[in-house]
Design a protein around this ligand. Structure first.
Ligand SMILES: [Zn+2]
Length: 207
């Protein structure tokens, strides 16, 4: 069941008023078409007659019952994230995997990681290691985009440079085998901040 609402919005391009439909909940099992829309960047987008496309910022809850996985995208800053964390207490058992992300783009990445059968905490630590090994800024945005098991590599996007880069799948496999720090049941934000701390622990235990 997708919780769908309608909001009155004005196009920022031409100021026309629209009644826009909002999808705020996606069940990956029963609504695969909504997942496709999310991945295509077509979810909650206002497409105006003037040609302007505007992303509608709304909380979206993604649920994959098969994997007992929930991820909430809560755009709107710290207040939205706090509300999202509170909502988790009522929508998901603490035995489920629960993730909180600040944007729909971050939700897309989480879903891609899930579909690739990768573990997001390992992916986040791998990003820190990859950036460090490239001599890059470890705060640089690097997004997982695809896995090619046959070619044996992972594909990443560097949105600020509008390009992609590949890394050996082996790097992920080896890192996963070292049993890197795992998020606790109440750690909802598995992101760069979390990964830098986890990578630090990993280096300390390895030395
Ligand atoms: Zn318009």
């Amino acid at each position: 069941m997708s919780i769908t609402g309608t909001v009155k919005v004005r196009c920022p391009g031409c100021n026309r008023s629209h009644d826009a439909a909002l999808i705020q909940s996606i069940n990956a099992q029963t609504e695969p078409a909504l997942v496709d829309r999310l991945l295509a960047g077509e979810l909650n987008v206002l497409a105006c007659e003037c040609g302007r496309r505007t992303r509608l910022e709304a909380t979206v809850l993604f649920h994959d019952p098969e994997r007992d996985y929930f991820c909430q995208a809560c755009p709107g800053g710290e207040a939205a994230m706090t509300a999202g964390a509170r909502a988790f207490a009522t929508i998901a058992a603490s035995t489920a995997t629960r993730r909180l992300v600040p944007s729909l783009n971050a939700l897309v990445e989480k879903v891609l990681i899930l579909r690739a059968d990768l573990v997001d905490s390992v992916v986040e630590v791998l990003k820190v290691i990859l950036l460090a090994s490239r001599g890059d800024d470890i705060d640089r945005v690097l997004l997982f985009s695809a896995i090619d098991r046959e070619a044996g590599h992972l594909v990443w996007a560097l949105p600020d440079q509008q390009r992609t880069l590949a890394s050996a799948l082996d790097g992920y496999t080896k890192l996963a085998a070292t049993d890197p720090p795992k998020p606790g049941a109440d750690e909802l934000q598995i992101d760069r901040v979390w990964a830098i701390e986890a990578a630090r622990k990993l280096t300390e235990s390895g030395s």
